[in-house]
Design a protein around this ligand. Structure first.
Ligand code: SAM
Length: 178
């Protein structure tokens, strides 16, 4: 079985966008407990690297590291382990909420921004970026930035995402370069 409910979300996202294929290089930010990695591997991806603050049990043949993605040493480590530029950067990173609306909000947006910058800096032309976001979030700036670098930027709400939650995924495709 799958290790997370999140697995069903990426499954739907991939059914629509078809990111997971043999030969694709994938980076998974905030990968614990490993559901997204399981789906990627099941669909034929063999070159993939995941990172999380938490320990993750192996998902062969993925390389998984236990690290804070906001640590400046992390992004180069991910590229090194992948052995080249990614075709897909996907992020399900969510901060631990503190219960203070604005603080929580800033942290969420911060993680989306840092993921987006990493994608823009590293993706191969034609590549894609997927990130968990929240409706009503102040993501206008990051969306504007993504629109400059990608052919298309869309919102996608998987059925597996609770309908009463504000969770929505940002999907940027057709990376145009830096
Ligand atoms: N996609 C995963 C799956 O299918 O199993 C679920 C991911 S879970 C919703 C979000 C994860 O983001 C948590 O495991 C959390 O530890 C991780 N996370 C949050 N901030 C992070 C950071 N700065 N660096 C690395 N991981 C982070």
């Amino acid at each position: 079985g799958y290790r997370s409910r999140a697995a069903f979300k990426i499954s739907e996202i991939d059914e629509k966008f078809r990111f997971f294929k043999k030969g694709a290089r994938v980076i998974d930010l905030g990968c614990a407990p490993g559901g997204w990695l399981q789906i990627a591997v099941e669909r034929g991806v063999t070159q993939l690297v995941g990172v999380d603050l938490l320990h993750v049990d192996p998902v062969e043949p993925a390389h998984i590291i236990e690290m804070d993605f906001t640590d400046p040493a992390c992004p180069p480590r991910l590229i090194e382990l992948l052995g080249g530029a990614p075709d897909l950067v996907m992020s399900d990173m969510a901060p631990n909420t503190v219960g203070h609306r604005e603080t929580d909000h800033l942290r969420i947006v911060g993680l989306i921004e840092i993921g987006a910058e990493f994608a823009i800096e590293t993706l191969r032309p034609g590549g894609a970026f997927v990130a968990k976001a929240f409706q009503g979030g102040e993501t206008a700036e990051v969306i504007a930035r993504l629109k400059k670098h990608f052919e298309k930027v869309q919102h996608f709400k998987p059925k597996a995402s609770r309908q009463d939650s504000s969770e929505v995924f940002l999907v940027a495709t057709g990376f145009k370069g830096r």
